[in-house]
Design a protein around this ligand. Sequence first.
Ligand code: IPM
Ligand code: MG
Length: 391
Amino acid sequence: MTDQRSAAAGNAAAGTAYNLVFVPGDGIGPEVIAAGRRVLERAGRIFGFGFNWREILIGGVAIDAYGVPMRDEDLAACADADAVYFGAIGDPKYDDPKAKVRPEQALLALRKGLGLYANLRPVTVHPVLRASSPVRESLLEGVDMMIVRELTGGLYFGKPSELRQGPAGREVVDTLTYTEGEIRRVVKLAFELARGRRKKLTSVDKANVLSSSRLWRTIVEEVKPEYPDVTVEHRLVDACAMTLIQRPAVFDVLVTENLFGDILSDEASVLAGSLGMLPSASIGEKRTAYGLHGLYEPIHGSAPDIAGRDVANPLATILSGAMMLRWSLGQTVAAEAIERAVASVLAEGYRTADLLSTTGDATGLRPVGTQAMGDAVLATLEAASTAGAAR
Ligand code: IPM
Ligand code: MG
């Protein structure tokens, strides 16, 4: 094996200082992202690059500080950066259904404002975590899928979306709307990803009921001839939800509408042992000097019930940092080193509380908190680089 340091030099932009926006957000966000930032800094020292961090407030903390979930200047800072590293958003303080401003509005505005139309949510099951999943271990063998969630359209953004007075009292409307271009670009991206993997694409819809799904399905069929090497199947979202648990290993790339993707990805996280294991990358068309502009966040929320207690699992955030290195910063070697370090600490038995709960039995395991899990990843990363350099 080559020295990892010289391997890094063969990567894009060794010696570069990347401009990153750092968004701790609400709840457990600040804790998990602090661990992720330390891992990225260490990877930078090992592989010869660095970061200029610009910290901004978005979400509940921004409502507290500025009265709005996100200021225009902070959106502009995100647009100017090489990438955005994001913790979590949401605060029960703003859960009142009548509230005019909500933390989540900021995340949606950020996704839309940055044109991040595709959310990539890889789901793999680390072999030693099979016991952490409530799903039978034999079903988890070979699970390796990429959920591609459309992120800037559909039910999340359709207008009108409101509560109003009708002739029969209160009535409410949400709108599921897509242009064909919006569908085509995310479908094409999913085909491209499938081409680089096991060449199977599952498009998920509700075409037996929804017009939007019938157009979605038509467009998948229209794009299909451009990718003759990729096998395509259509599944209805309800049946797909069931197959995800019954036979999860059949999936390679899944592509679906915004809300379906939101729901199916939380469901899929059960396979991985915990919601705290799944990273995500949100990308669009915009490129930077090093790769695609993007936003990187764990798929979990702000978990206010466990915030501030050093118990949250930082691995989804750390793995999101690895995705950022790969997709936005051109540092594939460093990304792989972080992913290997995460696999090693799990193999060594380090477990945050979420990964212990379903087994109950902690024999041979090392229960740790957020910071200690981050430290374990740092130590492993460092040890691997020293071993690599000595070779
Ligand atoms: C996610 C989250 C968000 C979403 C919330 C926090 C708005 O659940 O990223 O999956 O629904 O998209
Ligand atoms: Mg979600």
